[in-house]
Design a protein around this ligand. Structure first.
Ligand SMILES: Nc1ncnc2c1ncn2[C@@H]1O[C@H](COP(=O)(O)OP(=O)(O)OP(=O)(O)O)[C@@H](O)[C@H]1O
Ligand SMILES: [Mg+2]
Length: 393
């Protein structure tokens, strides 16, 4: 293995900095002998904490350092000559040869020159998140690609924990607003109404002011309730995502006077509330973008479940996302990407050839989910579809 790695590294030479014109040139340092440069590069390769892999044009592993072998749980040397897709889970495992072929034919890049968070697959089949950056170089007439890999399992775990804690805090505040403040406001409204009735009966001029107080308190109650729903849109339970998405579709259609179709042909049975909440927030942002930027008058929200995967699709029939985003673009797309990553999902955003934009988020889920303890015995959620009519109330 070392021989092979050496073969690839030996030809690379570190560039020497040119002296600046207005500075007296320092006497040229004697270049280390080629064998020493080679030994140094080999040492960097062997001792790097990050995984380093080079592949040829067909995707076969040409060299791999010990850190990458350890990261993927393969014995030393066993990966050499194998297809790099041995280190990828589906669907990338099946698609990668196609990506390389497409790049050879068209020069169209997917990861080359770009840093990305992707998933790796260990020898034992377990899947883990990695940060990958890919470069390309030519040596001895051959085109090779280098991948630098960092295992980001721990970073993802911490991010997910922080997000989980903040969602929990939001949920607590939302519950307090709903159960405590809303009840108090409802009590005040009742008292104001009683007072107004008595003042009306006594034909007192203050009756109108009492009516106004009751109306203001009613509106404050409504506002607080909406705030609480917005902070915690999902109630625990296997059907929480579908229910919240359907409500979102109805609300959006009503507020913006647009058509929003909701499709959920099968029960989603997603028991993980944080995962459901992230998916809901992705849909919320996608719909908001469709209306704000795409000027869409028709949006479809689809949620479906296949073995081991929940899939959310927000498809709008608006202008379509531009190929290059304006510099004024905000945070929404990045946050969507981040949310998908946190829940181990995959997000893709594309401009549809027939017009409009599709945002798809797929998330791996347990094939046999454990029933949620507080929802045992509840009847199964029926599949539901709001067919092609405006989701208005
Ligand atoms: N469905 C869409 N149709 C058309 N353009 C879109 C769509 N979604 C996103 N875009 C484009 O992508 C850009 C970035 O969207 P993003 O959600 O990241 O930011 P934003 O909506 O501008 O601000 P923020 O989400 O922070 O409020 C938008 O400014 C818009 O140009
Ligand atoms: Mg946005």
């Amino acid at each position: 293995m070392k021989q092979q790695a050496k073969r690839n590294l030996a030809t690379a030479r570190p560039g020497r900095a040119r002296p600046r014109a207005n500075r007296p040139a320092a006497p040229p340092a004697a270049a280390p002998p080629a064998s020493e440069v080679e030994a140094r590069l080999q040492a960097v390769f062997n001792t790097a904490v990050e995984g380093i892999v080079t592949i040829d044009e067909r995707g076969h592993i040409d060299s791999i350092n010990p850190a990458a072998e350890a990261m993927f749980g393969w014995p030393q040397g066993e990966l050499l000559g194998r297809n790099i897709n041995s280190l990828m889970p589906e669907p990338y495992h099946s698609r990668h040869d196609g990506y390389l072929h497409q790049y050879r034919e068209t020069g169209q890049r997917r990861v080359i020159g770009i840093g990305r968070e992707v998933f790796g697959r260990r020898k034992d089949g377990t899947v883990f998140p990695i940060e990958l950056s890919v470069g390309e170089f030519r040596v001895g007439g051959r085109r090779l690609f280098t991948g630098i890999l960092r295992d980001i399992t721990e970073r993802r775990r911490l991010q997910s924990e922080v997000l989980h804690i903040s969602e929990q805090a939001q949920q607590r505040i939302a519950q307090d607003l709903h159960d405590d403040l809303c009840q108090q406001l409802a009590g005040i409204e009742f008292m104001a109404q009683t007072l107004a009735t008595r003042l009306h009966e006594a034909r007192r001029p203050e009756a109108a002011a009492a009516d106004e107080v009751a109306a203001l308190v009613r509106s404050a109650t409504e506002h607080t309730r909406n705030l609480s729903h917005g902070m915690s849109p999902l109630r625990p339970g296997p059907d929480s995502l579908a229910t919240a998405l359907e409500e979102l579709a109805v609300r959006t259609a009503r507020h913006f006077d647009v058509r929003v179709d909701f499709h959920c042909p099968e029960p989603v049975a997603l028991h993980d509330l944080p995962v459901a909440t992230h998916l809901f927030r992705v849909a919320q942002e996608a719909i908001s973008n469709a209306l704000r930027h795409g000027r869409a008058r028709h949006v479809e929200v689809h949620v479906s479940r296949s073995p081991g995967e929940v899939r959310l699709l927000v498809r709008d029939h608006g202008k379509g996302i531009p190929a290059s985003l304006p510099s004024s673009a905000g945070m929404g797309l990045r946050i969507m990407q981040y949310r998908a990553g946190i829940i181990g999902g995959h997000l893709s955003i594309q401009r549809e050839p027939s017009g409009g934009t599709s945002v798809t988020c797929t998330v791996p889920v347990d094939v046999h989910p454990t029933p949620h303890p507080t929802h045992e015995g509840r009847s199964k959620v029926k599949g539901r579809t709001r067919p092609a009519h405006p989701a208005r109330r």
